[in-house]
Design a protein around this ligand. Structure first.
Ligand code: NZQ
Ligand code: ZN
Length: 393
């Protein structure tokens, strides 16, 4: 078991009507002038935005609004938001939405206090950490950004999708009302389930074997998500199972499922190139690539893949053949992804064949021109990335 630090400072307010507490929570964390940041139309359409404004009005807190965040949020809108925050003397940013909105809010919070261009952080040109306080009202369980230290932004000029991770990015509070997720389309519900599974699996598939509490939490979380997503796809207004998913999304990415492990994260890195190039949903991209990654690296820790197969995917253990057990676990995972409408290869993800040139370009970006690697269970170089993308074609 590896030494670890666990830091999850976000105050969670969970339950029906929890959004009515927004104003009080902003006040508690010292916000005087708030930027309410949101996405396309879902928060306006559902009346959530108005409820939040009412709650801020009730506490006498001033605010300005900036909508328009798209999935795979763009740096161009972040730059606009930075200007707006400066002009309006904003001292607190409230994200209303999912991972894209929260990540865009995080980027802005950093950009406001920085003299240069906010993209500098994402290309490691600067490592400053000062940012405005951020909080969120979550509307989609998926990315886990509500409790994570990360922000992932896409540069609309060159298609690069990059992350920046600092503890200062962790939300002061996260308001979560599972009823607000009833309106999610089936596709987004499934993408979210895959993403939270993958946040758990990226931490689970490591070289470390003795971390019983973490492993057992991870396996229980995976089984719960697989069960609950099937139910909500049939019954979108099932509170109990929407609630399981909402909390699972946060726990999957607040580091609890990674205490004592080194983690891998190659699937995420490979996927970020797919969503950077093709603007696909992050969860679907993960589903398309994971099986190929797993087959490519499983021999680095075959016991762990066999354990996953038995404890999560319900595969009977073949004591004489761990590899057969592991492979069946991977097959069943892909079968599960397909059963909730997710692609399990790149062709199904993007709706056409990917070219070898596109694969080379993604591998170049992912390896920063063959100067860096990804992955922990198996360290992947540019050639490994190409091999996995080709397997996933
Ligand atoms: O824009 P609106 O109209 O709100 O529609 C959104 C959007 O189209 C819709 N939606 C959200 N809540 C809804 C709803 N529709 C109906 N009812 C609701 N209650 O859902 C769509 C997707 O939203 P988005 O925020 O993009 O989804 P998600 O939470 O999956 O976030 C994905 C982004 O997060 C990044 C991904 O790379 C991607 O850019 N990630 C961020 C991480 C982090 N910060 O820690 C970690 C993750 O691994 C991930 O990389
Ligand atoms: Zn993810």
């Amino acid at each position: 078991m590896q030494d670890f630090k666990y830091y999850a400072p976000t105050e969670v307010v969970f339950g029906p009507k929890s959004e009515s507490q927004t104003g009080k929570m902003v006040k508690k964390y010292g916000g005087n002038k708030v930027l309410i940041h949101y996405g396309g139309s879902s928060a306006e359409r559902s009346g959530l935005l108005q409820k939040i404004c009412d709650s801020l009005d009730a506490e006498g807190i001033k605010y300005v609004k900036l909508g328009g965040v798209v999935p795979n949020p763009r740096v161009s809108l972040v730059r606009k938001g930075v200007e707006l925050c400066r002009k309006e003397n904003v001292d607190f940013i409230l994200a209303v939405g999912g991972g894209s909105v929260i990540d865009s809010a995080k980027a802005m919070s950093l950009g406001v206090l920085y003299k240069g261009d906010v993209w500098d952080f994402y290309i490691r040109k600067t490592f400053e950490k000062a940012c405005l306080p951020i909080a969120c009202v979550l509307t989609i369980p998926a990315a886990g950004s509500e409790m994570s230290d990360g922000s992932v932004i896409t540069n609309d000029e060159n298609g690069l999708k990059k992350d920046y991770c600092i503890n200062e990015f962790r939300c002061k509070f996260a308001i979560m009302n599972p009823e607000r997720t009833y309106s999610l389309p089936a596709w987004q519900t499934s993408c979210g389930a895959v993403d939270m599974m993958m946040h758990t699996m990226e931490r689970y598939f490591s070289k470390d074997d003795d971390m019983d509490i973490t492993d057992n939490i991870a396996e229980a979380l995976l089984r719960t998500v697989m069960n609950s997503v099937k139910i909500v796809l049939r019954e979108p207004e099932n509170y109990r199972h929407r609630a399981q998913l909402m909390w699972a999304g946060s726990v999957a990415h607040n580091d609890l499922t990674g205490c004592g492990t080194t983690g891998d994260w190659a699937t995420h890195n490979l996927e970020h190139e797919l969503s950077g190039m093709f603007d696909v949903s992050h969860g679907a991209g993960l589903a398309a690539i994971w099986g190929s990654w797993a087959r490519y690296v499983m021999h680095e820790n075959i016991t762990r893949f066999a354990r996953f197969a038995v404890n999560v995917m319900g595969v009977p253990c073949d004591f004489n053949d761990a590899e057969a057990t592991a492979l069946e676990g991977i097959r069943r995972t892909e079968q599960f992804f397909a059963s909730i409408g997710m692609p399990t290869n790149i062709h199904d993800l993007i709706g056409k064949d990917i070219t070898d040139a596109q694969i080379e370009e993604m591998a170049d970006k992912c390896s920063n021109g063959n100067t860096s690697t990804v992955g922990g269970l198996k360290v992947l170089k540019r050639d490994d990335m190409i091999a996995i993308y080709k397997m996933a074609k």
